[in-house]
Design a protein. Sequence first.
Length: 519
Amino acid sequence: MATLLGSLRVADERLTSAFDHAFAPAHNPWRHLGALAFLCLVTAVVSGVIAYALYDTSVAGAYESGLRLQNDPLLLGRLLRGMHRYAADAFMLLTLLHLVREAVRGHFRGVRWFSWLTGIPLLWMLWIAGITGLWLLWDERAIYSVTATAEWLQALPVGSELLARNFLTPGALNDRFFSLIMFIHIGVPLLLLAATWVHVQRVSRPRMWPPRALTAGSLAALAVLALVWPATSLGPADTGQVVARVSLDWFYQFVHPLVDGLSALTVWGLAAVFTLGLAAMPLLRAPSITKVSPAQVDLANCNGCSRCVADCPFGAVTMIARTDSSRHPRQAVVNPDLCAACGICVGACPSATPFRRLEDIVSGIEMPDTPVAALRRELQQKLAALGGPEKAIVFTCHQTGDPAAWADASTAVMALECAAMLPPSFLEYAVRLGAAAVVVAGCKEGDCEFRLGDQWVRERILGLREPRLRAAAPRERIAVVWSGRDTHRVRATLKDVRERVSALKGAEANTVWKEIEHE
């Protein structure tokens, strides 16, 4: 399983890189599948509310309502209907892609189990919302879908033997039936909005909306598609018969050919296996991943600054009233059930600095398996063991492949759970110990394994977020590369930093020589 997920993760990174060539990394749609799906849901809901005001919820008037929108001479009806239809189709497609990508990245285990499990019902809810919307058009496609769905439901023990026949009886398909379908079609999307809120409850700073440029482009694409390729109805439904051949909306009506090709019970079995299989995935464990202990707060060094709370990607750290005799009014506390053990909170702690004069420094919040004191000792030992005038140290996260790929006689590697676990002061400290080049290598930009690590590293180094890299730090010796598993980018970055440092040394030497000549 671990080997398979690793191969799929590499494939995902390559696909992401391919999209990066067409879009800016921050606007890469492959990185915003969940947010784009939510945008399409909101678009479908808003356009559906407007369409409802223009829709006749009756057997006799439903079909004509759709035609009026379709044939609107100002094209506003075509735009409205197409936006609603294509936003719903895109919602289904993007949701499935989002699920697949999260599965490929292993985001179904650990602290992410809640988001994974709460996402499974969303699939069925959006399918129900979509297929009932197609029924409301009440054309040939709708009557076929209603009948086929009734026959599929009839296979369940709770179904009536006459269910399908009742759907085909003109007297049974009355205005109450349409009111029921309309209630379902409106109510389920509203439940979807609420369920989406539950879905992201254990995520700090969830990315609910795509970037503005991507939002505008997506809405424009839906509008153009609605006008150029309008959503149209087939012929009116005839409750006395079902047409032999009919075109389908494969996003929501894929189940009907499956039932025809297999059997109703077989498809129910496949649906149950699919759902239960997704629900069981959090129980799977990757054998190559060693369980890491959650973060722990050391009250003797915690001043209640709440930076760890602000930076935690999963809301595992909160502030409570002080429980000791300290003069500080608050303290941090970690919920181990929510902690992903990423160490980002350690990188945020102001006491996690290697410049403290204590032999065994202790941070206000620590990772028990890799305390700050151990990180400082490891850095000291590895730099001391290097040879050559251009020593280099690479701080890398566990998602960037094999750390040994960059290690040599003049280059040391320190692997962390996340690049944002490293306090910025460690970069300057490495230079103080003699490192000519200091490189931080992490996941692909915008694809941090722990969601916010790349953003916090960038803002800390740029001085936009505490703790900041000091303005006096030798930034010409420091570089950050969001390489993912691309080892060539890390080597290229190391080479660039070393060349930059050599050029600066040469320039300084020329300056000194000119000053001597002038004297």
